[in-house]
Design a protein around this ligand. Structure first.
Ligand code: UD1
Ligand code: CA
Length: 457
């Protein structure tokens, strides 16, 4: 095995995105484009990874902070793809073996294709291997000129003659190079072309002139090299990525009722026999167990659902745990650091924040439980709320097992409702309620007979 080094080009401006965000940081199907490319690159186990940055270099660098293994090479100004690769020379000083060049804006490339490129390149001992594709509409791409079957040159669209423009085999912009002759040859590239840029594809002609072998690998599916240059292409690429992820999940035993409207991120896992209804968004590090049902319009972010959970329509669940057999929604909002216990029921218009709801407990309608620790088999009535914020600090409400919190009561924290205690409906509770006690905290009702008649003029 010869060492393999990855270089990812990400210095370009991405003018057509019309964005203040660097193009490679735009997300498609739950991951920034560059992350996607790096994950594909990781699958061929590179010894080192160099990202060529330029336009908004700092933004790209800081977005990739979590990867201390990456090296960055600055390309300033951006004078073309040949010039871009040359900037990686220092980072690769003393390196031997193969350089694989990827574009930060080409996220659909499959790991299997990359492996095929590397295997062919190493197997044939080529100086360069170009990944090509046959496409219906080659406009905009560099065309592959062949002589006697072998690749002779790549001609950029803008520099091509009408005959060359008729060629349907295009350059994907993805290559493998032997390191030894690479950087000296890059310095030979000129900029006498329509764009006045140093074109990396010119290396093909330089190598052919020197008698160095240049190989090609042709893609089975040209869709893999779809690049993102505009918002429209970003949406197309995102759709393709989602479809691929949905296919994997369905193959593993998940029912997706309408894959066109299932938005399931790359790091989400789902157990078998779970049913995903239309317009569901599952994002971040979300894990869903087996036999769950996620009804339409639900959004779940960075959360864990155990087996047999039912989430009714239009719930938002974020950074929380839901245990097995729980039944949530419709229209519930489960905010960060909540723990919804086994066989609990969280009903319509209930909001939880940093709250534990113990096994078998119920908050069926219109409740707010914030900073609360709720025991098992507790009943929280309609409209009950924890008053957890006094304008300065948050305070905790503790509710013991089997307690019953009557409708429309306010639990003014910090406060504790003892085990098995009852809170009468409509109470404002400011003091702890002992276990087994009934607390009534409301004004007494006064009826004034005949009052209406008396006050009539
Ligand atoms: C390039 C190829 C073309 C190929 C096409 C495939 C060249 C000259 N042409 O064209 O043959 O068919 O890709 O998509 O290489 N970049 C830098 N620094 C620069 C210029 C570009 O880092 O100075 C980066 C861009 O950010 C991008 C990649 O290189 O990630 C490709 O550059 P781009 O200008 O998009 O090249 P194309 O015109 O698409
Ligand atoms: Ca491009």
């Amino acid at each position: 095995m010869t060492p393999l080094h990855l270089v990812v080009l990400a210095a370009g401006k991405g003018t057509r995105m019309k964005s203040s965000l660097p193009k490679v940081l735009h997300s498609a199907a739950g991951l920034p484009l560059i992350e996607r490319v790096l994950r594909t690159g990781d699958r061929v186990s590179p010894t080192s990874v160099v990202i060529v940055v330029g336009h908004q270099a700092d933004a790209v660098r800081s977005a990739l902070q979590s990867r201390p293994d990456l090296q960055f090479a600055l390309q300033e100004p951006q004078l073309g793809t040949g010039h871009a690769l040359l900037q990686a020379e220092l980072a690769l000083a003393g390196a031997t073996g193969t350089v694989v060049l990827l574009s930060g804006d080409v996220p659909l490339l499959q790991p299997g294709t990359l492996q095929r490129l590397v295997d062919h390149h190493v197997g044939t001992g080529a100086a360069a291997t170009v990944l090509t594709a046959l496409v219906e509409d080659p406009s905009g791409y560099g065309r592959i000129e062949r002589h006697d079957g072998g690749i002779a040159a790549i001609v950029e669209h803008r520099d091509a003659t009408p005959e060359q423009r008729a060629i349907r085999e295009i350059n994907s912009g993805i290559y493998a190079f032997a390191i030894a002759p690479l950087f000296d040859a890059l310095r030979r590239i000129g900029s006498a072309n329509a764009q006045g840029e140093y074109y990396l594809p010119d290396l093909v002609r330089i190598y052919r002139d020197r008698g160095l072998p240049v190989e090609t690998v042709t893609l089975d599916d040209p869709a893999e090299i779809l690049g993102v240059n505009s918002r429209k292409e970003l949406a197309q690429v995102a759709q393709a990525l989602r479809a691929a992820r949905n296919d994997e999940l369905m193959a593993s035993g998940v029912t997706i009722v309408d894959p066109a409207t299932a938005y399931i991120g790359p790091d989400v896992t789902i157990g078998p026999d779970t049913v995903i209804h239309p317009s569901v968004h599952l994002e971040g590090r979300t894990t869903i167990g087996a036999r769950c049902e996620i009804q339409c319009g639900v959004r779940i972010v960075d959360s864990t659902l155990a087996d047999d959970v039912f989430v009714n329509s239009y719930c938002v669940i974020r950074d929380s745990h839901v245990e097995s057999g729980a039944d949530v929604g419709p229209f519930a909002h489960i905010r960060p650091q909540s723990h919804v216990g086994e066989n609990t029921h969280v009903g319509a218009f209930v909001e939880l924040k940093k709250t534990r709801l113990g096994r078998g407990s119920k908050a069926g309608h219109l409740a707010y439980l914030g900073d609360a620790d709720v025991g098992e088999n507790v009943n929280v009535g309609a409209g009950a709320i924890t008053v957890n914020y006094d304008g300065k600090k948050k305070s905790t409400t503790t509710i013991g097992d089997e307690a019953f919190v009557g409708s429309d009561s306010q639990l003014i924290a910090p406060v504790t409702i003892g085990k098995g205690a009852y809170v009468a409906a409509g109470s404002a509770i400011t003091e702890d309620v002992p276990p087994g006690a009934l607390a009534i905290g409301r004004g007494r009702q006064v009826n004034k007979p005949g009052w209406v008649e008396k006050n009539k003029k």
